[in-house]
Design a protein around this ligand. Structure first.
Ligand SMILES: Nc1ncnc2c1ncn2[C@@H]1O[C@H](COP(=O)(O)OP(=O)(O)OP(=O)(O)O)[C@@H](O)[C@H]1O
Ligand SMILES: [Mg+2]
Length: 363
């Protein structure tokens, strides 16, 4: 049996279902992220696991024991919240030792454990400061140390980085992952930031309106989305209107060009569809490379706009009436495409996803 088992969890507020048949198994030592838009039920699910919220149905099992109705303080779960919920009248060291004091540990044991935690988050020098005397990033590290000090079996992090600026976020998320792996602690991390989820997780649970859309590794979620929602929520996606011209051969009409997708298609000829293409799957090419026509599509397009995003250059193009975006790696020797120029594009036949109606499962 997995370390944590959530079985058919349900929670309604009035008539609205905040959590709808939530089923998940988490292995010991795994870091699983709940990812989804605001209001999709991430915090509610986390609060049910922590015991701060009751559920209307379902069970929670941790370490082979059912904990569905166990009070929060007996669950051995540590939690970090979005805003720094440190106690303002306690020093950093007192904040970290709070849970141990509550558990009536002896002062020398508390002191030893607090020092271990301070060294884990590399903030030994700040032990005697008060929360208002430390930065936001330092405060979240203290909140993490405070949650870890009583040696919980499970760590829950509810958007712990969302109040911080981009640079600190990135370094702190790497630090959280490193500490999590060093301690081998089973962790659930909540975020609505897809980059955070992709970079941090063993597995991601994509949520929408209280339901699970897909569970998978970051690689699976990004490259093999199973629903329209996941495909469009994770990463940038070109959603291109197209029409099936020869379903048996996998041929579609895209802005006047006949292109091929991995066929045969289940839709009948003349069906209007959406071709979903990631910007990084499109390439500007000089010539139609010989021998590649078996695996690549080649189309003509016009450059509209070029923007430098940093490591990536994003190019907006038009293909007849169809607008699309392409990503290329930046480098000092790159010749940037020029707005107005006619270019040739290629994309692999198997890189597109065919979407029909919204909110349907991708076949
Ligand atoms: N105590 C409550 N009473 C009534 N409705 C609530 C309560 N808590 C949450 N909700 C509703 O339940 C739904 C899920 O809320 P939840 O806080 O779990 O979302 P979330 O995914 O954490 O969103 P965010 O990313 O904004 O934090 C929302 O529609 C919210 O308004
Ligand atoms: Mg929330």
């Amino acid at each position: 049996m997995s370390f944590l088992v959530l079985n058919q969890l349900k929670k309604a507020f009035g008539t609205a279902l905040a959590v709808d048949n939530f089923e998940l198994e988490v292995a010991k030592g795994e870091l699983v992220t709940f990812l989804g838009p605001s209001g999709c039920g991430k915090s509610t699910t986390l609060r049910i696991i922590a015991g701060f919220e009751t559920c209307d149905g379902g069970q929670i099992w941790m370490n082979q024991q059912e904990i569905t109705h166990l009070p929060a303080n007996r669950r051995k779960i540590g939690m970090v919240f979005q805003s720094y919920a440190l106690f303002p009248n306690m020093t950093v060291a007192e904040n970290i030792g709070f849970g141990l004091k509550l558990a009536k540990e002896k002062p020398p044991i508390i002191k030893k454990r607090v020092n271990e935690m301070l060294s884990l988050i590399r903030l030994e020098v700040l032990a005697q400061r008060y929360p208002h005397q430390i930065s936001g990033g330092q405060a979240q590290r203290v909140a993490l140390a405070r949650a870890l000090a009583p040696q919980p079996q499970l760590l829950l992090l509810d958007e712990p980085l969302s109040a911080l600026d981009a640079l600190i976020r990135r370094s702190l998320r790497a630090e959280i992952r490193q500490i999590q792996q060093q301690l081998g602690i089973t962790t659930i991390f909540v975020t609505h930031d897809q980059e955070e989820a992709l970079s941090l997780s063993d597995r991601i649970v994509v949520m929408n309106q209280g339901r699970i859309e897909q569970i998978g590794t970051p690689f699976e979620i990004y490259n093999y989305p199973t629903t329209n929602f996941v495909a469009s929520f994770i990463g940038t996606l070109n959603m291109l209107p197209a029409r099936v011209t020869n379903a048996a051969k996998g041929e579609i009409n895209l802005g006047g060009h006949t292109v091929r997708v991995a066929g045969p298609l289940s839709q009948s000829d003349n069906t209007e569809i959406t071709l979903a293409l990631r910007p990084e799957n499109l390439k500007i090419v000089e010539v139609e490379e010989e021998g590649l026509s078996a695996t690549e599509n080649f189309v003509h397009a016009k450059v509209k706009e070029v923007s430098l995003l940093g490591a990536v250059v994003r190019v907006r193009l038009s293909l007849a009436e169809v607008l699309l975006e392409l990503d290329m790696f930046n480098s000092r020797h790159l010749t940037l495409p020029v707005p107005g120029a006619e270019v040739k594009l290629s994309f692999p036949i198997d890189s597109g996803l065919i979407l029909t109606k919204p909110n349907t499962t991708i076949p």
